[in-house]
Design a protein around this ligand. Structure first.
Ligand SMILES: [Zn+2]
Length: 133
């Protein structure tokens, strides 16, 4: 999978991560499907509903409202992003458990580095994806 992320959104991710520190920042990726992946056109930040500092949980009501707004515009929710304030930008065991929805792109940022992944679904974890501008 190839995840196309425009430069302005790529630089916005570390800023969003820093604003949530020491907690994880999280949100949804808005965009559209391409021949070999997704093209991201927006980062929709969510409140982090997780109790722990090293976890995230996206606000389902925010997602539903976002999907309603996007309906009929040729764009949709294509993935999830979140930050690892104190770790490498690779999926944690908790991320793998939480990734029940296959086919979504995941972006993980440590602040310094952002990586892309394809969620395989049903707790099967992730395959590495390629992040391009
Ligand atoms: Zn994580």
């Amino acid at each position: 999978m190839i995840v196309a992320l425009p430069p302005d959104l790529r630089t916005a991710l570390p800023r969003l991560a820093a604003s949530a520190w020491p907690r994880e920042a999280c949100g949804l990726l808005v965009g559209r499907a391409t021949a070999d992946g997704v093209a991201v056109t927006g980062l929709a930040p969510s409140r982090n509903l997780a109790a722990e500092n090293d976890a995230f949980e996206i606000d389902t009501a925010m997602r539903l409202a976002l999907q309603r707004r996007l309906r009929g515009r040729g764009e949709g929710v294509v993935g999830v992003w979140h930050s690892h304030p104190a770790g490498a930008p690779v999926p944690s065991a908790r991320d793998a458990e939480g990734a029940s929805e296959g086919g979504l792109a995941w972006l993980i940022t440590s602040g310094e580095e952002t990586t892309a992944w394809l969620a395989l679904g049903d707790g099967a974890g992730f395959a590495p994806a390629r992040l391009v501008a």
